[in-house]
Structure formats: structure tokens, C-alpha cells
Write a protein that binds this ligand. Sequence first.
Ligand code: Z16
Length: 834
Amino acid sequence: DMINDTSVAQASASIALASDAASEAVFEHDVVRNLICRQARYPDIATPQDWYMALAYTVRDRMLARWAESVKNYALHHVKVACYLSAEFLIGPQLGCNLLNLGLEEEAREAMDSLGQDLDALLAIEEEPGLGNGGLGRLAACYLDSLASLEIPAIGYGIRYEFGIFDQDIVDGWQVERTDKWLKMGTPWEIIRPDIHYYVSFGGYTRMWNDEQGRLRVEWVPGRQVKGVAYDVPVQGYRVNTCNVLRLWKSEAVESFDFDDFNAGDYYEAVEEKVVSETLSKVLYPNDEPESGKRLRLAQQYFFVSCALQDMLRLMEVSHTPVERFADRFAAQLNDTHPSIAVAELMRLLIDERLLSWEDAWSITQRTFAYTNHTLLPEALETWSLPLMQSMLPRLVEIIFEINQRFLDEVRRALPGDEGSVARMSLIDEQGDKKVRMAHLATVGSHKVNGVAALHSDLLKQTILRDFAAMFPSRFLNVTNGVTPRRFIMQSNPGLARLLDDTLGEKWRTDLTRLDALADHADDATLQEAWRAVRRENKAKLAARIGNITGIAVPPEMMFDIQVKRIHEYKRQHLNALHIISLYQRLRRDPTLDVAPRCFIFGGKAAPGYDMAKLMIRLISGIAEVVNQDPATRDRLKVVFYPDFNVKNGHIIYPAADLSEQISTAGKEASGTGNMKFMMNGALTIGTLDGANVEIREQAGADNFFLFGMTAQQVAALQQSGYRPGHYLEANEALREALDEIAQGRFSRGDKAMFRPLLDNLLNADPFLVLADFADYAACQQRVSEAWRDEKRWARMSIINTARSGAFSSDRAIKEYCENIWQTRAVKIDLAAP
Ligand code: Z16
């Protein structure tokens, strides 16, 4: 059982608290010790990378002591643990936020200083683990940060991709992908646990047999097995002792499986088996919507989910808890449908391996799982071809059929004779090639289903899950997304954080709603001056970085108008681009035109197979190329495509924005989270009534938000009645001119064919109503320009935006998940005094 020896507890506490006790000298000593004992380097010849590693290990040691205490407490007190199952965790660089959360930043800075090293230079070396595509993966990382900071026992379960999201280069204006080799220098942030591993089966067949007790049993005889090994990343809470874990699974070959090949001397076949097994966790799929029919993707999903559930069952065993109590000890959140095969896998583990009855297993399963939906776009709803799933996961398909049969019986009892509802709600889409509908599996197997913003949750109930919402109204709820203020204010905008401390005291740091008090000072001239100074410095930093990377000189006095997010038609970067062209044309025509000097900054990756998105990047680059060098406009208009937008680059971009572009077609962006990061940092938003923009506007007040565009209802109505983009073109000369200049090859070095697919799409189909919203967007941008001229008014609006951003802390979101879905509570971790 638990070793509770006081000397062990004291040793642990003294490791954790070493810095508190003897401060900087001990810290410095530990860095040097790690440099020698971990990097095998002595200071005179150590490279910056060596110093980075030595520092990272020094910080890690302090977290691991807290981690051990946290785990011990969770086991000792049999607490309920929140498990966040996600195919993506976009955690970003670790050193800076761990220093911040441990409160060690100043100490580290001084220690490194005395060792002749600049902390900021070392922070800049870190390769971020890009284990996610965008919003969904970053959300999972923010939630882990909040869970630890709120002292909630939690585990994140995911995949340790060897290659994360690709690095983006821009070559001749086009996106070029490079493999993300984030592990090439090793990473200090993972603990390999060779002893924590599980086997995952694929292929083969099932058979029935009678066991010694005469019970009918099902055996899955797999075609092959893969081993999953745990790689743990510690997740430190902010200024608390709680340190949770992100447990990522790496796939490995199962030795026993190639034994026969080895004996037969077929070395190559044995090695091939190993290679195939290891490809499972090799690379992240770089799409924000599913690619149909990708066997490897389904294998990845099942792989990590099975490892996670087996791990949870093992944790029950080591704490001597009967499996019947599973749902009292774990809440498991399904981050989109990517892990939704978990519903069937937990049933399999409980029935086939733990011998529970169907009814008991189903009760546990439904009480354990809850499902978060992140999109309504039909092309983004995950389905798997039934034959594919049958060949890879034969036992799981049997279980899915049984779940479906019992569920549809229930539907038929509730809605006698309504076979339309039965067909719509079935877990299997029977039209054409049969498919398993993963959102239906997740919904049926969960006790709660949530959308990620108020509007999105409403639309979810009115559209794709309508039948389910009618049948199980109490299952549905909203949890608006949030982002962590640790990373997105304190770490990335230290100037603002200091100003907030000076103005409000430090309470906002653990309760972001305290920012509200700032609104009382929004007109205070001294605060406004200090506010502007912070912003000026942030903008100068970004401008310098842009100069270094792109060679474009950006005057920091310009308004920084920024759109950073994945490139997608529904996010409408091309609407922004069309407005820039139109502005450019007006400026050329009338050089005295009185508009605010602006720098339009874009960033974001396009899925490698998404040609239209790649063309949108090329268009932005083409506009930049023309506009930036035109003597007629270059003092008043700049356009930048910032390459390789990722978490790390976000740190420098969000704090430098004056205007945040949130211009998706209403009803299409589930929530957005970049919108929240911009708002916290004092940017004003120009946006549609979409996703969390609606709530951002409610919080900021309509006067402090630039609203334009059709509502979700109007969008649906227009598309119902037959949308004709040509109608809007005829009515708007500026729009015609902008599109015409693209067609003439002005932004493609004379090539009139380059942007043809984009133009044809807008002129003939325009599925995201770019043309319909153009006029209102341009008019709204005019209002933005006018507001910018009044410095005091702008500063006031900026301050109010930060002041009202407290609701968008991920702490608020996590409290709602705990209260309304997980039923988990905080557990304080105390360290014994040394
Ligand atoms: C993703 O990042 C999102 C949805 C999705 O289906 C797949 C991926 Cl990879 C995003 C939403 O588009 C965004 O609106 C939302 O804020 C984010 O998920 C987190 O909920």
C-alpha cells in the first residue's frame, strides 16, 4: 500500500520547495548540476541548447515532486478524476509557463544571468510540441492548465505524435509544408513509463464459446496487436501544488508477435511488422475536418482510446476499487467524436474482459462519458465506412450494432410508427455505402452533450442533433469555451499584467472576473497613457519580428488589424482580402483620402490537401507584394502574411493587435477562441454574430464591438431561398472592381489563370456568402477607421474589452464542466514542511 514514511514526505517536499528555502543560489546550483549530470557538459563549452535543457530539468524536478504528491493524494482519498480524451493537445512551449506557474521566473532569470545566460534567449530556443491542428487542440491544453490551477484531479489522454502539425514556409507566396521534427533535440518535458503499457488489437475475427461457468463469452481473435507505451507530460497548476498529468501514448511493436518470423529467419518481415506498428503514433493528420476512409486515422483513434480506458481500469485496480464503481471514480470527456469509439471500447472491456452484464456495463458507460461537439459543418461530421470498421475492429462493430438495436427499440417505443426518426437517429447511415455515425454513437453513449458557445449549442439542438435533443432534452447543455489567462496574458503580455497589478492589485490573476473593476478607470487619462505605452511596446516588438522574418517594414503607429487562425473558406480570409483590395483602389484614386493607416496581418495554416485555402494564402501574399511597394499607398497600407502561425508566434501576435478579425459566416464558427485571446489583450473586435462573438459583444457592450453581417437565421433563409452571388455583384461597384483586378492578374504577376478557381467559386456558388456580406463589412471597416482617429475613445474601448473578458477564462469553463457534467471537486495538495 501507500508508503507514508515521514522522511519520504519530507524529502519530496524539500525537492519541491528547494527554491523557496534557499532561493537563487540553490536554483543556480541545480542548473549547473543538471548541465553536468544530464547534458554531460561543463559550462565553458555548453551551447544555448545545453543551458536550455539544464534549466528545463531544474524546473521539471520541482514539478515532479509536486506531481508525486498529487498522485499520492488522489489515490489515498479515492477522489473522482476528470479524464479529458482528445486526439489533440496543442500545449505550446512549456518552459515559460512552468516557470510562471511555479512562481520561479525572476529566480530563474537571475540564476541564468549569473551563469551568463539570457533567459529570453533560452525560452526562444524551445520547439513547441505541435500536437494539434488549431482551436480544438489548443482548447484541450487550456483546459488542462485550468484543471491543475483549480486543483481538480485530472488526466489528459492523447497521442504522442512523433511529427506534429507541419511547419509552414511561404515560398513565392505559396504555402510549403515541412515536417515538424519537434523531437530532434529531445524533449525534457516527458517522462517515459515503459512499465505502463497496454496491448491494442486490430483485425481478425470474433468467436463465441462457453466458459467453465457455462457463460456465453465472445472472444476477439485479433489479426495483430500493437503496444501502447505511456509518455507523461507534467501539467503544473498556477501557484498551487497540484501537478496533473497529460498521458500520451506511443505505439510500439509487440515483440511476441514477430517471434515466429524470427525463428523462421525472416528478419525483414519481423522488422516490417515493427515499422507498421510504430506508424500508428507517427504523424498528426493535419486537417481540421476528417479525411474520409483513412484507415490509419481510425487506428490512431482506437489505439489511444483503448490505452486510456485500460489505464483507467488499472488505476481502479491499484486503488482496490471494484469495477462497478468506475463512473464514481472517473468522468471521461470526449473532445469531439475523435475518441468516440471509447463508448464501444468501454463496453467491450467491461463485458468481454470484466464479465459485467450488458445493462450494468451500459449504465457505467453512459454515466462515465460526456461529449463535446465542435462543429456543425456537415463535411466535418465524422463517419466511418462500416466495412472498413468491420475489418479493423470486428468486435467493436458487434457492440455498436447491439447498442444501436437497443437504442432504436427505445426510439420506436417513444415514437411508434415513426420510421423516419428511426432512420435519422440510427448509429448507422444506411443510405448508399453504410457508415457509422460517430456523433450519434457519442450522443447515445453519453449523459451530457455540449456545444462550445451559446449560439452553437442552440443550433446543435435545432440541426444535427435535433431528434436527440427532442428525445433527451436534459442531456444537452452549453459550455462556452475559454482560454487560459496564464499563457495568454501573464506569459505573453507581461507589460499588461504589470499594469493590471498596479491598477487593480493581483487578485485578477486567480479570478479573471476581477478585471471588471478596470472599466471604472476606462476614461482615466493616466491609465490610458500607461495602456497605450504597453500596447506601443508590444506592437514595436511584433513589427521588429515581422521585419526580421518577412523583410516588410511596418510602422508601429499604424493600426494593427489581425486575422490569425486556420485558413478556411468559412472563416472568410478572402472577405478581408477583398476589402483590402478595395481600400487600396480607393487610396490610389484619391491620395488625400482620410483613412487610418493600417497594417493588415494574416497568419494560419491551410490543410495540405485544401487547394482553395492554399490559393487564399497566395492571394494574400500577392496583395502584400503589390501594396507594400506601391509608393502611392505604402505609408498608409501594409499587408503581411506571417508564416508558420502556431502557439509560440501567437504569444507575440495577440498582445500587439488593435483590431481582431472574427468574420466567419454566421452559424459556421462553433465558438472561436482566438477571439477571446485578442479581447483579453485589449483588441477590439470586428465580427459577425457567430460563435462566441455573440457573447463577447454582450460582455463588451454593443458600443465596444464592431458588428456587421447577416445573422445565422438570415444566412439560412437566404440559402433556402436560393442565393445568387451575382445579385450582390451587380449592386456593388467596389466589389466588381476588386474582383476584376484579381482577374486581371494584378496580384499574380500578370497570371490571369491563377485565381480563376477562387473567382469562379465566389461568382457562381459563394457557399459562405462573402459577396452578400461585403458591403456591410466595408461600411463597418469605415466605422473602425473613424473610431481609430479618436485616440481617447479607442483607448477607452480597448480597456473595456480587457475589463469584460473575465468570462472567457478557461477557469470559468472548467468550473462549469465540473459542476454541470463531471461532478468533480478540488483536492488541495499540501507539501510537508522540510
Ligand atoms: C477544430 O479546431 C474545431 C472544430 C473541429 O470540428 C475540428 C477542429 Cl480541429 C474548432 C472550431 O472550429 C472552433 O470554432 C472552436 O472554437 C474550437 O474547435 C474549440 O471548440
